[in-house]
Design a protein around this ligand. Sequence first.
Ligand SMILES: [Zn+2]
Length: 670
Amino acid sequence: MKKAFKRILYGGDYNPNQWPREIWQEDMNLFRKANINSATINVFSWAKIQPSEHEYYFDELDEIVEMLSKENYDIVLATSTAALPAWMFKKYPEVARTDYYGRHHKFGQRHNACPNSLVYQKYARRLAEELAKRYGSNEHVTCWHVNNEYGGECFCENCEKAFRVWLKDKYQTIEALNKAWNLEFWGHTVYDWDEIVLPNALSEGIAKDKTAFAGMSIDYRRFNSDSMLENFKMERDAIRSFAPHALITTNLMGTYKNLDYFKWAKEMDIVSWDSYPSYDTPWSMVAMSHDLMRGLKGQPFMLMEQTPSQQNWQPYNSLKKPGQMRAQSYQTLAHGADTIQFFQLRRSVGACEKFHGAVIEHAGTENTRVFREVASLGNELHSLGDQLLGADNPAQVGIIFDWDNYWALEYTSGPNKDLKYVNEIHQYYRYFYEKNIPVDMIPVDADFSKYKAVIAPVLYMLGDGMQPKIESYVKDGGIFVTGFMSGIVDQSDNVYLGGYPGPLRKLAGIWVEEIDALAPEQSNTLRFADGTDSVCHLLCDIIHLEGAVSLADYTSNFYASSPAVTKNAFGLGTVFYIGTQLEQKALEKVLDQVMASSEVKPVIDAKTKLEIICRSSQDKLYYFVLNLTNETLPLPQFFAGKVDILTGKALTGQTSFAPYDVALLCDERQ
Ligand SMILES: [Zn+2]
């Protein structure tokens, strides 16, 4: 158990530089009432700190740091490199990005630097160094926040040249590259590295998300993710050279597509992320994102941003209802967070985020519902102390999440345009969520032997070494669940010949001869061995058994009576293969069997719609009980007689939970 902080950080993005001095003291007084103990500062201040190429100005930031230090804040110090100053664009236009359509941008917006611009790199590194030199030894600066929400992509000439270098390093010879990308197709063979052009709308791009050569476009995504990761590492190392023990992070964005976060997390000291579900995001999806962020390092994470009330950038920015922010914060802590931070502490007066919620709203007072709720949660977390920090989230089920697969699957031209990676993963996650079975979201290179069951939906791209890894896991008794669009291609998106699911064929004991695609208005039917019927959608594998047994057969279409769901004994373990998109009830039927075979148990043995999560410290088990539904629910008997740590109230068998009610209960570890 590793504690990153001495207390639960409670606060958020704070931009006093956007306000006159007289407001600052008012802020400090109000924050004290809310038990705010942390501020993330300097996120977008590059233009102020460096007003021109050779001039740095730190007076104002010094004042801010001093004010927060006096108040004993944990300062999360950002490096400000996510939005470039105007002078840099004027003097060095190459720092701007070129977009997918080939348009070279001017000064504007944020996340606007070409990651391969040497000028950008030079000034970003220098800024991080200057900051670390100045504040690296301040004991109140307990975390460094590099850049902000890295993302987007660049298609400029700098990047094209750097891409060629990246490719040369990866493939060594031009022949290997031609083969990997299958460039013989349409006669696109290249004979020289300089003939390679990056894939965008002017070259191989078919539409924004489709491409004539997926192998090339997937490599470009890898390259773009790596390029930005190099930017992060560069700033991280600059900070380290003046503050060798600094805790360094950058805020991630859940299932954000463009960056391979598993690769990133290896370079980060702690994962932090910004959670912004919209009004209709299922709670299971929010939970999955938290589990993914915890899974990146297999450690507690920071919630760097959430809104206390509403967002501004979604189509419909609903208010969080009374109690919702509190419940959502505890759900976050339950899934492994050690901090609760907001964007932001005081609401902007202008520009595009003026309607983004904040702890202090435009009214400027403590007399708002939002402030009262923030203050009340602050007091609760203060009372809770440090007991939860560093606690684990033990799980016996691993669900594979893999950015290579995310990219590759969504680049495929055919068989069905509605196939979306995150939705497929979430459908499986939801089953475990609803049963209160803890799950780790794991990378393809995870140690599978830690898990009784490994779930691998749409494992379309199977990299080198994956087949023997899965085989030895199952041979030793592991339960492996996979299904349609799995085992199809190698790391370059070239198909494994010899019948689907390629390297998984022997393991699953099946051969998929054809894959049918269903339009939204179409469906097929299937019947389970117990005689129950169900419908299925999206894709239908036409399966031949090669040792597996069928758990459900199709009952419609020309492939009626052929298997849709199968189970195969392999060594001491079992492989389940789900060849079509099942409705949730039917998926539940299959996964119930998986859980029975693997002997995985939920957190408590009770059927309930409450979300129940357990974090465990060295000597204690902490049970979070959350009602995230719209109905009042009874408390499972398991908890009767225990005391809610948050309110001090004893719970009884008659206790009921209203919507957004939360309790935190504690047991000694056996
Ligand atoms: Zn570029």
